[in-house]
Design a protein around this ligand. Structure first.
Ligand code: PLP
Length: 498
């Protein structure tokens, strides 16, 4: 007698599950087909969204059937969301989600392996290990690199940071900071570094004052001479350099730090080199990428974001380390002999999480669906589209390219009246104008950009990590921006003269 006689309200009869699932997939297929014709965002106010949700409604006392519930939830989401899967979504560093990854998340949830322990997730743990190996291979790192998937770039950077901390101060895990009264730990990062480093320095107990900000050159790359000086000064003062955080693909302009030179310096001084490649590291797979990405293999740890340039649905970050034992030394609470001879990996020992979901599946499926060659092509196309946009900006009389790197093009709108001038007053007006213009662009629903501040100036920024964007989308941008720019400028002048 195998039938289950308990009628738990959460259970779905397999036939109900099938019907609800098919209906949902049908609805999503239609959504994907119609996506390019929808506004990128409905631009609603928080009040409007709360009203649509009936946000103040109390917790329902009784439940409702799953199929209509899923349908209405899908409709709610489709009507009131911003779509980063839209071909003209070019904001931040957020990619279109791979469809196979959408289905992969469903499959992962259905099997529901706990990828903290091999015993609880035999094949899922092996798939994660293979995914990590493939990621290392894709960016040109040798097979000794290992690691694990985490929620995103911030977590990947933090895991690398904590591994460096344990390596620099072995007593820190038992005694905390400053531990045995050893020298204060210092970390080094360029002024273009993403804010993850503030959070990491804070959470790791160093405090943000432990960050030494290294200036950048005209190309927004870390100045290696300044890094050397900062190291010398701190060592002379009795501090201990714990890590250098280089960036491979800055969020503002896609700049890649001079990784070969930084790696040489770190090796010379015996300092942990961490590379934040959350955005840019995957470009190493494509032709036309900056040479310095070939130095990724010299890093001690690398943060990557499959939910950026591998186009995985959120969330999927990845941290790679040259020596996986460094992760165990930073996170495991078992004696090392506990693991030897088991021939399997328990990811609980390599990172901060205990129970872990099967994030790897969606990434692994996409890598199998398109292969190395598919990724090289898509990433290369994204970079070519950014160059195409940059060239179009240079030709347009009202648009001014500001910086371009990897798949980013930063630029601004300059009305005819302000063309060719200079001075602080002009710059302030251009900053204000472009800030207002970005607001208008984002609300328009026809294009979504974000901003960058480059050498103190406010810029609009397109970042193409979107396999749906094509040349027609790119070619439409200059006129779209210029048209809205004229409107905003006219309003500003109208308001100014009255
Ligand atoms: C996106 C990004 C991060 C943060 O990654 P999340 O996935 O948003 O946590 C860190 N550094 C760089 C360079 C990034 O582009």
């Amino acid at each position: 007698m195998n039938a289950n006689h308990r009628s738990a309200p959460l259970n779905l009869d397999p036939d109900e599950f099938r019907a609800a699932g098919h209906a949902l997939v049908d609805l999503l297929a239609d959504f994907l087909r119609g996506l390019p014709d929808r506004p990128i965002t409905p631009s609603e106010t928080p009040e409007e969204v709360r009203r649509a949700l009936d946000a103040g409604a109390p917790l329902p006392e009784e439940g409702e059937p799953a199929e209509p519930l899923l349908r209405s939830a899908a409709e709610l989401l489709i009507e009131h969301s911003l779509f980063n899967g839209h071909p003209r979504f070019l904001g931040y560093v957020t990619s279109s989600p791979a469809p196979v990854g959408m289905l992969g998340d469903l499959l992962a949830a259905a099997i529901n392996p706990n990828v903290g322990a091999w015993r609880l997730s035999p094949v899922a743990s092996e798939i994660e290990a293979q995914t990590v190996r493939w990621i290392a291979e894709l960016i040109g790192c040798p097979p000794e690199f290992g690691g694990l998937l985490v929620s995103g770039g911030n977590m990947a950077n933090m895991v690398g940071f904590l591994a460096a901390r344990a390596a620099a101060a072995p007593t820190v895990r038992t005694q905390g900071i400053p531990g045995d009264g050893g020298p204060p730990l210092r970390v080094y990062a360029s002024t273009e570094t993403h804010t993850w480093i503030h959070k990491a320095a804070d959470i790791a107990g160093l405090g943000t004052d432990a960050i030494r900000w290294i200036p950048v050159d005209q190309a927004m790359r870390m100045e290696v001479a300044a890094l050397r000086e900062a190291l010398d000064t701190d060592v002379a003062d009795g501090a201990a350099p714990m890590l250098v955080a280089a960036t491979a693909g800055s969020v503002s302009t896609g700049a890649v730090d001079p990784l070969f030179d930084v790696a040489d310096l770190c090796r010379e001084r015996g300092i942990w080199l961490h590379v934040d490649g959350a955005y840019g590291a995957f470009a190493a797979a494509a032709e036309g990428a900056p040479d310095d990405l070939r130095a990724l293999a010299h890093a001690d740890s690398i943060a990557l974001d499959p939910h950026k340039w591998l186009y995985a649905p959120l969330e999927a970050g990845c941290v790679l380390v040259r020596d996986v034992e460094r992760l165990r030394a930073a996170f495991s609470y078992h004696p090392p002999y506990y693991h030897f001879g088991q021939g399997s990996v328990d990811f609980v020992d390599l990172g901060p999480q205990n129970s872990r979901g099967f994030r790897a599946l969606k990434v692994w499926l996409a890598m199998r669906q398109v292969g190395r060659r598919g990724y090289a092509r898509m990433i290369g196309d994204d970079m070519r589209l950014a160059k195409r946009l940059h060239a179009a900006m240079s030709r347009h009389p009202e648009l001014e390219p500001i910086a371009s790197g990897l798949s980013i093009c930063a630029f601004r709108y300059v009305p005819e009246a302000l063309r060719g001038g200079e001075g602080e007053d002009r710059e302030r007006r251009l900053d204000a104008l472009n800030e207002a213009l970005l607001e208008r662009i984002q609300r328009s629903g026809t294009l979504f950009l974000s901003n960058a501040v480059v050498r103190g100036r406010y810029a609009l920024r397109a970042c193409i990590v979107n396999f749906r964007t094509d040349e027609a989308d790119i070619d439409a941008i200059p006129d779209l921006v210029a048209t809205m720019g004229r409107e905003v400028w006219a309003e500003m002048r109208g308001a100014g003269t009255r």
